[in-house]
Design a binder for this molecule. Structure first.
Ligand code: MCN
Length: 814
């Protein structure tokens, strides 16, 4: 591939909108996704519960075992017979003191099922067709139990999901600051809002999947999984299979989207497929097993999010200044709690956004329901939080008859108040302190971008034509780049090309480009000379993972640390040969050269690849032929010197880690103009504008792509996407025929974007995260715009045309 546009031999690429180097490969069908691997593997399929809640009285697998091509059928009994580890509950990944009743399932259901889709039996066969046919021959005897579906039912506690959790409460979280009761009592104005965001789910183009290979000679297991967290998946599988980490390798191949649903580890299927590969491998039956999720499985047995009911009471003065924000949350946590309460923590710690009430109180419950588990979905609790806060802001403005932007301005935290300490604990366990941000600057830009001041006139004209249009706004602050750490390894090869690896994974964020930009700048080489590897424990074994918009901040910084170490080492080695001080050397144009000289000039520079040769104990390989190959005359190279200066290790490579003190806080403000059809109630987003702040930007093209994609997902969440269960816990829309996602035709005619840049002082490159931002305020913004168009309070999202139609009818009723 040719060097991407935007880079120069010596210029910095940080901040340049260079095209993503991975895209040619990915869009031309040359990606290697999970299902592109393991064609010779045996196929796994699962018998999944058709009931939302039931006891399992018995399982008959006899007929299925007889089916030709079936190699193994496993139930929980096989796990129990294998080892205590295999029989254990799946783990609680992020414990928290507010979790009062952690309950988790098993890799295969033990004696009860708690949601439709829960895996009960695994079949391994020659191919998926046979495996599915065998599943159909398996008879599970169920005694059905009443299902708890939806927050209201869970709250009523008439029935329970887990018999030993009588109120269905998995966790109860309370926090805040100030004297909320006193502030509410004294506030000149008070309002209470009931708000709801329905359950939804992320729909990556590629579902989950895992493929495992057992090596009986090495007694080692390698598995490929479509995951966001390969190092943690490796650790989890090693623990469950009772193996040492060095005998288990986990690789995330190309991953066709994750959006949070692929964070959890281990999935039941990961446990079962790896375990079966080892078991069948040891028995000499087969060494490879693979399972690829089908779309229905993705709907019913992977993970959902979003579902929350809120009650907000605000107290404010005549100017609209927020005195008290009293926030109750009920979160639909699903049947089990593998991911703890991270979504609830996000909602409850980020609801304040750019505003600073005098008093704040959260009272939050996570409730068990007989539905599939919850994992954070892009935005992870923040869209719900912003919906609560921004709907309250609009309600205050309406109550006081004031402009919605003005009310927000009144309450903004100001740049001079940064860093702003809320005296609360953030979801990462560290203090909630905003590091930087200029929310007013963002609003000023947005006002122009969307043409806020001209809208009233436009609305009037539209009205006169019989059209209904409305405008809405929503601001947010997002904690990004949480620790605890991320690491990277950077190696300059003797060819001068750079190989660099980090442990976190990639699902489409363009890391091969943006991380390469950082390394390329530090080493003074073109971006196209840097190869980035992610998500392969064989290359880099220690990592946390890709979520919470932490890739740029965490791995980006780790790459910078490691590349800087390599650059320093290269200068030290070169200084010995060029006889100049390290301080007088720089890395530029693929050379280590004397500052101010032309890279490549004889006597004042050495190619980076040659420095790599010199750093190597086997540098005698730098003979006449390699001199010719590199075109480097090399008079200045003295082979009698030791490879590296005293105190350094040979090899032009380094491993660096980055661990931030706290999260860094990105922010943004969005506005939308919508039109609603007076007859059909069809809702159309005409224009959408985003002003976004993720600190210093590595690659504006990537960031804009991330924001654009996330806004599309946000529009999906506002107008189309929701998971619908009936009262028995059966999902009514578990297919793309019924679960609506926006096409490009549903996107606004224009999506404009602008940036403010308030760098973070917490990491060396001043970055903040960007990957989730676009989805966070979208529901709030679109709800506000519909409300403006219709004059009807919008308190529940998503909203469909038929729901708007009914709202009109209710509102018009006497
Ligand atoms: N970036 C940048 N400058 C910044 C910040 C980010 O150039 N100041 C670049 C990064 O280098 C990276 C991209 O923007 O290439 C996103 O970076 P970041 O915000 O750090 O997010 P992560 O890399 O941690 O990715 C995770 C984030 C999350 S949490 C979800 S959910 C999500 C998202 O990314 N899932 C995605 N974007 C996605 N995009 C695709 N295509 N697929 C998914 O599953």
């Amino acid at each position: 591939a040719s060097a991407p546009a935007g880079t120069t031999e010596s210029g910095r690429s940080f901040g340049k909108p260079i095209p993503r180097v991975e895209d040619n490969r990915l869009v031309s069908g040359n990606g290697r996704y999970l299902d592109d691997l393991g064609h010779g593997a045996l196929a796994a399929a699962f018998v999944r519960s058709p009931h939302a809640h039931a006891h399992i009285r018995g399982i008959d697998v006899e007929a299925a075992l007889e089916l030709p091509g079936v190699h193994a059928i496993y139930t929980y009994e096989d796990l129990e017979a294998d080892s205590p580890e295999m029989a254990e509950n799946l783990p609680l990944l992020i414990p928290h003191p507010a979790i009062t009743a952690p309950r988790n399932g098993y890799p295969l259901a033990k004696d009860e099922v708690n949601h439709v889709g829960e895996a009960i039996v695994m079949v391994v066969a020659d191919n998926r067709y046979i495996a599915e046919d065998a599943c159909a021959l398996i008879d599970v005897d169920y005694e059905t139990l009443p299902a708890v579906v939806g927050i209201e039912t869970a709250r009523s506690a008439e029935h329970t999901v887990h018999p030993d959790v009588p109120d269905n409460v998995a966790a109860h979280l309370q926090h805040g600051f100030g004297d909320i009761e006193a502030e509410l009592a004294a506030a000149p104005h008070r309002l209470t809002l009931e708000l709801e965001i329905e359950r939804s789910a992320s729909m990556p183009m590629e579902g989950k999947g895992v493929y495992a290979r057992w090596d009986d000679d090495e007694k080692a297991l390698t598995f490929w999984t479509s995951t966001q967290t390969s190092t943690s998946a490796r650790a989890a599988i090693a623990a469950r299979l009772g193996m040492a980490h060095n005998k288990v390798h986990c690789i995330a191949p190309d991953v066709g989207g994750g959006f949070g649903v692929k964070i959890v580890h281990p999935w039941p299927e990961e446990v079962m497929v790896t375990w079966a590969a080892r078991r069948l491998g040891q028995a000499g039956i087969a060494t490879e097993v693979k399972w690829v999720e089908d779309r229905r499985e993705h709907f019913i047995s992977s993970a959902h999010e979003r579902g929350q009911i809120h009650e907000v009471t605000v107290g404010f003065d005549d100017d609209g200044r927020l005195l008290a924000f009293d926030f109750s949350i009920w979160h639909d946590g699903g049947a089990y709690l593998p991911y703890g309460i991270i979504v609830l923590l996000n909602t409850s710690t980020q609801v304040l956004g750019p505003y600073k009430p005098r008093a704040f109180r959260v009272d939050a419950y996570s409730l068990y329901t007989n539905t599939v588990i919850v994992t954070p979905y892009r935005g992870a609790g923040r869209p719900q939080a912003v919906f609560a806060m921004e709907r309250a802001m609009d309600a205050i403005a309406k109550h006081l008859g004031r402009d919605v932007l003005e009310i927000r301005e009144t309450n903004f935290i100001r740049p001079e108040e940064m860093p702003y300490d809320f005296h609360l604990i953030f979801q990462d366990g560290r203090p909630l302190i905003y590091d930087s941000g200029d929310y007013q600057a963002g609003m000023d830009k947005l006002r122009k971008l969307i043409g806020w001041d001209e809208f009233a006139e436009y609305k009037e004209r539209a009205r006169a034509e019989g059209r209904r249009v409305g405008i809405g706004v929503g601001a947010y602050v997002e904690g990004t780049g949480p620790g605890p750490y991320e690491g990277a390894h950077v190696l300059v090869e003797t060819s001068g090309k750079v190989k660099a690896a980090t442990g976190l994974t990639t699902q489409g964020q363009g890391h091969q480009t943006s991380f390469a930009q950082i390394v390329a700048d530090d080493l003074g080489v073109p971006v196209s000379d840097v190869e980035i590897v992610t998500g392969d424990t064989r290359r880099f074994g220690y990592a946390v993972g890709t979520f919470a918009s932490r890739g740029a901040v965490m791995s980006g910084s780790a790459f910078h640390v490691a590349a800087q170490m390599v650059a320093e080492k290269a200068k030290k080695i070169a200084s010995e040969h060029l006889h100049v001080d390290v301080a007088d050397l720089e890395l530029r144009g693929g050379q280590v050269c004397v500052v101010g000289t032309e890279p490549g000039a004889e006597g004042t520079s050495i190619p980076l690849g040659v420095v790599a040769v010199l750093s190597n104990p086997l540098r005698y390989a730098f003979d006449e032929s390699s001199r010719q190959a590199t075109g480097f005359a090399g008079a200045e190279v003295d082979m009698s010197k030791p490879p590296v200066p005293e105190g350094e290790q040979p090899g032009l490579e380094a491993t660096g880690y980055y661990s931030p003190p706290t999260s860094t806080f990105a922010s943004g403000i969005h506005a939308a103009i919508v039109e609603t059809d007076p007859v059909t109630a069809e809702i159309r987003v005409l224009r959408y504008a985003v002003v976004h702040d993720c600190g210093n930007v590595i690659n504006p093209r990537i960031v804009e792509g991330q924001v654009q994609g996330a806004v599309a997902q946000g529009i999906g969440g506002a107008l189309y996407e929701r998971i619908v269960y009936d009262e028995h816990g059966q999902m009514l829309n578990a297919s793309y025929m019924d679960f609506l996602m926006p096409f490009v035709t549903e996107m606004p005619d224009s999506l404009e974007m602008d940036h403010t840049v308030t760098p973070s002082a917490l990491n060396p490159l001043g970055m903040k995260g960007a990957g989730e931002a676009g989805v966070i305020p979208t529901s709030a913004v679109i709800a506000a715009a519909i409300e403006d168009a219709e004059g009807i309070p919008i308190t529940r999202m998503p909203i469909s045309p038929s729901e708007l139609f009914e709202l009109r009818a209710t509102h018009a009723a006497p």
